[in-house]
Write a protein that binds this ligand. Structure first.
Ligand code: ZN
Length: 361
């Protein structure tokens, strides 16, 4: 069976392209042809320019060969094709045309990390084109992305993940094309689940990525049930945050602000230092203070915060769904924070019109 044709995919599901580009690197013309209308947004979201120029040019005249790219003494760049006697042999090239674009694992994993409301840090797994992009929920379920052109490599990656992790995990890949019955069997054995990006992460009209359903719904089977202990812990975290506020808000890098930036917004130390206009060493001191104050590591606090945020989003998703169906007459129209007319940015920095709508198509 031939691989799925990326050219026939609708605009919002161009993930299949990634499974057609060996090495995940190609000239801009190739990406443009395969991504079609999605090229510009996808380029901004997940691609980066390679530092090296290409040496071969897949023939733009369709002769089926790849031609050597030659730099002439006057620094102009050409390739030559003699297939069509009616056209000049030399094909003049610009630097931009022969600068390949490659998938940026940093951009791709960061984008997915954010829209899937993950926590933790990316971690290499020493498997080809495979990365742990973060973790889901307070249970710390590993979320792994793999991009494979070849089905046999995909199966090898799945088998090795199952054998090495020895626990449940969430696997993402551009499409389900390679996830055949033997792979599904392996995943079921580990009680892992597979999510093809083409049906879970779409390109929205505003050229951002969005999920088809709130992550809390997508990954519900991986979210530990909320216990009374969790409730008590939530109350404790809020009380302790009040105490952080009490430590002062006019200091350099106030503890409550560092908590907000690093725990709630998941910024790195360097980003937080930039935001607070202070040295990274000051942030290190504040982090130590916060960890002592909560008797919890920053990582644990982040997991906790992302879990709370996710639960809140799931509730909001339900409310959006109800609104879409029309509010019952006795039920007053409700606006979420930042959703009311003339509202300003919400906690995630989205304006109301930028906010993801879980109920849209
Ligand atoms: Zn040619």
């Amino acid at each position: 069976m031939p691989p799925p044709s990326p050219l026939n995919s609708p605009l919002s599901t161009k993930w299949a392209v990634l499974e057609t580009i060996p090495g995940l690197i190609a000239l801009p013309g190739v990406w443009r042809q395969r991504f079609g209308e999605a090229f510009e947004p996808m380029k901004d979201l997940i691609l980066q320019e390679s530092p090296h120029l290409a040496q071969l040019l897949p023939c733009p005249r369709g002769c089926g060969l790849a031609h050597d790219i030659i730099c002439r003494p006057d620094a102009s760049l050409i390739a030559t094709c003699g297939a069509d006697p009616n056209q000049p042999r030399d094909i003049l090239l610009s630097r931009a045309e022969i600068t390949p674009w490659e998938v940026s694992w940093t951009k791709l994993s960061r984008a997915l990390f954010e829209i899937l409301a993950l926590h933790g840090k990316p971690a290499p797994l020493l498997l080809p084109n495979t990365l742990q992009i973060g973790a889901w929920s307070a249970g710390g379920v590993p979320v792994i992305l793999t991009v494979q052109v070849c089905g046999a490599t995909f199966r090898r990656v799945v088998a090795e993940l199952v054998a090495r992790l020895q626990r449940r995990f969430i696997l993402l890949a551009p499409t389900s094309y390679h996830c055949n019955a033997p792979c599904q069997e392996l995943l079921a054995h580990a009680r892992a689940d597979f999510f093809p990006l083409e049906t879970t992460v779409l390109l929205s009209d505003n050229r951002r990525l969005r999920t088809t359903r709130p992550p809390g719904e997508l990954f519900a089977p991986f979210t530990p049930p909320r216990s009374e202990t969790d409730e008590a812990e939530a109350a404790r975290v809020f009380r302790l945050f009040g105490e952080l506020l009490g430590m002062g808000t006019d200091l350099v890098a106030p503890p409550a602000r560092v908590f907000d930036l690093m725990v709630l917004r998941q910024m790195t130390k360097a980003e937080t230092a930039l935001e607070c206009k202070c040295a990274a060493s000051s942030i290190t001191k504040r982090v130590a203070l916060i960890e002592r104050h909560y008797a919890m590591s920053i990582e644990r606090l982040r997991a906790f915060a992302s879990d709370l945020k996710e639960r809140q989003r799931t509730v909001k998703g339900d409310r959006y769904a109800r609104k879409q169906q029309g509010a019952a007459p006795e039920e007053p129209e409700q606006y979420d924070e930042g959703d009311r007319p003339g509202g300003t940015e919400d906690g995630d920095g989205y304006l109301p019109e930028e906010r993801q709508s879980w109920t849209g198509s």
